[in-house]
Design a protein around this ligand. Structure first.
Ligand code: GAL
Length: 701
């Protein structure tokens, strides 16, 4: 991304000098240069046929093209305005070059816009011009006008991709047809970039500079911004550029096009320049707070590295250049943090450090926690969920918030383990698992290691009696008899004295089993527990709700009064008192439960892995009573995929809004899975409905 404009704005330590005045005689315009280009948008822009060639990516050579070097057509008409080298002013001072990122020309081809999103180069004061003397800089530059050249697109736009040169439809195309530009430049090396955007269809481009072919037969594609860059030496005071398509032949769909040209000085990198860059890219600690933590870390690292090189007496030009370029990149890469005042389901959601929130398959609740600064109790929203930063296998993260929009990262509250040794050697784990026997540590490693274990859908509850915070989650992974990822099918438990963690893994358990007088949907594996949730009723009784019997049946099982196990061992558990089974064979998972006006609502998904499917919910008057199937709560969800999400939690916000929380899994990049939060409405009969909103807010923020 080009950030020249912002870069320059930020570089306040250099007053950007007025463009060099009096830099030699103005060259006389050659009489053959016609005034002005045609600048009306071309109607034929829309009539082109898209022959997008899927096999060739932009910049790649067309495999069908023969390799013979085409001869470069000589420029017709004007060749040079007549300045000799002695009349050409040297490059501006280093300070000015550094402050302008060495940009001498940024030509927005065929554009009549008075400004440019990318800024203008030091030698130009207009977006584009026919060859002549620039009124601002006094430098001679511009295109050689030709009848066939046609300005296409939005010529008033400051966007480099909006306008381009094309060839008029009725033009007679010859082998010297193309776009010729001349740029006054003192002798030296220059980096030239030609940019292309949105040809009618894929086609080839050739470029010659200083009479030498530098780019030949490279592909440009529709809607794909493509740049070709090269370095060239200028010795005669002027860069000659010719952009064409040698293989155009009689095929108008192969007409060359050109969107922009960038010319940069290639400086000699020395200590002085690096010092200037360090000064120019200085940002105060106070200002840095506004930027995303990851980008600040990179920036600080580059500043430190650059300072080291600047202080060294023996740094080579290569080292200086590297330090300079890294610093420039890190400075330009500083990204402002997001501050949210609405929910935007499906959009990236950053925490207050500017990192993507990692709390998938999660749960949100209100907690009273101790303020980190004052130590006083404060009410905060608390979000726990799966950490998918590293992909499929990760620990459990927590975030806190005052407003439900902006979330502060509270850490990986349950860390998974990288090696068995780590449990004996790493201080964090040694302290956390002090008192565990060797067998217990082996079990910790087996259940929460980061190479085979699966930790999903964590939910946290607080037990008033013990003061403990308990994280229950879907704990899975291979077993002694199976290598499968989801063989263990257990409920995992980790505990902590605070919601901040660290949570200590206790064990994973198989849970209740199908009573003998009922039909077990999966008798070959008893007590399975996968996708799960927790619910604490008004009387303080807690329940674990989960998919069992190979995800074919949902179970609701009562926990004991310390919330750390079932209330009754599975062997002795009584159906209807200690647990119930819901809709055997219905194959529901992702349970999300809420109690509202005395009724229990349970929303679930089907079981299609990471792919979304249709939601369904049930309502009951008693948690162990009769659950009535109410169908799909989603309205206007044409694809019947719960708006491309899978339920994970439903909770009540302070303004009375009930919020549906779902995951839009991205199986190719699980860490980039998105959150779908939508308001849930209830009608007079208590029926719930969820509709899509691109963006929405709470009633009383
Ligand atoms: C889904 C489940 C997720 C995860 C996924 C793996 O059905 O809800 O939590 O287990 O399958 O494919």
């Amino acid at each position: 991304m080009r950030k020249t404009a912002r870069y320059r704005k930020l570089i306040s330590s250099f007053a950007i000098l007025a463009l060099l005045a009096g830099c030699g005689e103005k060259g006389d315009l050659d009489a053959t240069v016609s005034p002005g280009a045609q600048t009306s948008p071309d109607a034929s822009v829309t009539s082109g046929e898209d022959k997008t060639d899927k096999d060739v990516s932009p910049g790649e050579k067309d495999p069908g093209q023969d390799e013979a070097t085409p001869s470069i057509p000589a420029a017709q008409g004007l060749t040079y305005s007549g300045k000799d080298l002695s009349q050409i002013a040297p490059l501006p001072q280093k300070e000015e070059l550094v402050a302008n990122d060495f940009l001498l020309y940024f030509v927005n081809c065929a554009s009549a816009a008075s400004s440019s999103l990318d800024g203008f180069g030091l030698f130009q004061s207009v977006a584009d011009q026919p060859f002549g003397t620039d009124k601002g800089s006094g430098r001679d530059w511009g295109y050689l006008s030709a009848e066939y050249m046609q300005a296409q697109g939005d010529v008033e736009s400051a966007d480099r991709k909006a306008a381009k040169w094309g060839i008029a439809e009725d033009a007679v195309y010859g082998e010297d047809t193309g776009y010729r530009y001349y740029f006054e430049l003192p002798a030296g090396n220059y980096e030239v970039t030609c940019g292309f955007y949105d040809p009618f269809s894929p086609r080839n481009i050739d470029i010659s500079a200083e009479g030498k072919e530098v780019i030949s037969g490279q592909k440009i594609l529709k809607f794909k911004e493509t740049e070709f860059s090269f370095e060239t030496e200028v010795t005669d005071g002027e860069l000659d550029l010719f952009v064409y398509n040698a293989k155009r032949g009689q095929d108008a769909m192969q007409n060359p096009e050109l969107s922009y040209i960038i010319v940069r000085a290639v400086p000699e990198y020395d200590g002085e320049m690096l010092a200037m860059m360090l000064e120019a890219s200085g940002v105060s600690e106070e200002e840095l707070k506004e930027y995303r933590t990851v980008t600040v870390a990179k920036y600080k690292e580059s500043v430190a590295a650059a300072k080291k090189v600047a202080d060294s007496d023996s740094a080579s030009e290569g080292e200086i250049r590297e330090a300079y370029e890294n610093l420039k990149k890190a400075f330009e890469g500083l990204e402002k943090k997001m501050v949210y005042n609405a929910f935007t389901p499906g959009k990236t959601w950053q925490d207050t450090d500017g990192n993507k929130i990692q709390a998938h398959g999660g749960q949100v609740q209100k907690l009273t926690v101790l303020d980190k600064q004052t130590g006083e109790p404060v009410e905060k929203w608390w979000w726990v969920g799966e950490d998918k930063t590293k992909g499929y296998r990760g620990g459990i993260c927590a975030y806190s918030s005052f407003d439900l929009y902006n979330w502060e990262f509270e850490g990986v509250v349950m860390r998974n383990v990288t090696s068995r040794e780590e449990l004996d050697t790493d201080e964090y784990f040694k302290e956390l698992y002090a008192g565990y026997t060797k067998e217990q540590l082996d079990n910790v490693y087996r259940c929460i290691n980061d190479s085979t274990s699966v930790i999903e859908r964590p939910k946290m509850i607080h037990n008033e009696k013990t003061g403990q915070y308990l994280l229950w989650f879907h704990a899975d992974g291979p077993t002694e008899t199976s290598d499968a990822n989801y063989a263990a099918a257990s409920a995992g438990l980790a505990v902590s004295e605070t919601p901040y963690g660290p949570f200590r893994f206790v064990d994973r358990y198989r849970l209740n089993t199908c009573p003998e007088d009922q039909e077990d949907m999966y008798p070959q594996s008893k007590g399975m527990a996968r996708d799960m949730n927790l619910f604490v009723d008004d009387d303080g009784t807690a329940y674990i709700i989960y998919s069992s019997e190979e995800n074919l049946t949902i179970y609701i099982s009562k926990l004991n009064d310390t919330y750390d196990y079932l209330c009754t061992d599975p062997e002795k558990a009584v159906y209807g008192k200690d647990f119930i089974r819901l809709y055997p064979g219905a194959q529901r998972e992702a349970p999300a439960i809420i109690k509202r006006e005395g009724k229990y609502y349970l929303m679930t998904s089907g079981a299609t892995g990471w792919a979304p499917n249709q939601a369904r919910y049930w309502v009951a008057d008693e948690i162990f009573g009769e659950w009535v199937d109410m169908g799909d709560p989603c309205i206007g969800d044409d694809k019947r995929t719960t708006f491309d999400s899978q339920s994970t939690c439903i909770f009540l916000a302070d303004d009375g809004t009930v919020i549906y929380m779902g995951d839009r899994w991205n199986s190719d990049n699980l860490g980039d899975s998105r959150y779908i939060w939508l308001p849930v409405l209830f009608d007079d009969e208590g029926k719930m409905s969820i509709s899509w909103q691109d963006s929405w807010t709470l009633k009383n923020p």
